[in-house]
Design a protein around this ligand. Sequence first.
Ligand code: PNS
Length: 167
Amino acid sequence: MKRAVYPGSFDPVTYGHLDVIKRASDMFDILIVSVLNNKMKSPLFSVEERVKILREATKDIPNVEVDSFTGLLINYAAEKNIHVAVRGLRAITDFEYELQIAQTNRKLSRGGLDTVFLTTSLEYAYLSSSSVKEIASFGGDISECVPDFVAKLMKEKYGNRSGVYGQ
Ligand code: PNS
């Protein structure tokens, strides 16, 4: 059974992430989408909320599981006996950061965790959770960025926080 993990903040999941999830789920028997519980960041949605959102957004893809993790990705992957991480690359600007993480993980895990990159479909190359949060915080239209139910949840969050979009 070929299994992979797609780690990320997913605060919130965008159509860009969902594009990567759909394509990666065709390549592996099981894809675990796992939300990093990063105590350093102050997210818009809690880890529990992000897991719930991801479950709803991926409910029609049977081989996708949603989970969360704390600490190093290599330790989480080792616990799950997973040897492949999936990440999306939107543009050359992502490359340096992603290359560093991928090489660090490979080195730290002594080759136990490799990274597979999927280039984000061009129609989503401009998308990031941060820009979606900024647009939503000013009441802008994010209907082409996230599923409707996510846009609604964001609207609720920003109800009385105009212009404060967090990380
Ligand atoms: O969606 P993001 O915030 O770009 O995802 C970044 C993520 C979660 C993939 C990365 O920060 C991560 O794996 N963090 C866990 C800590 C870790 O393993 N660090 C070592 C690699 S530098």
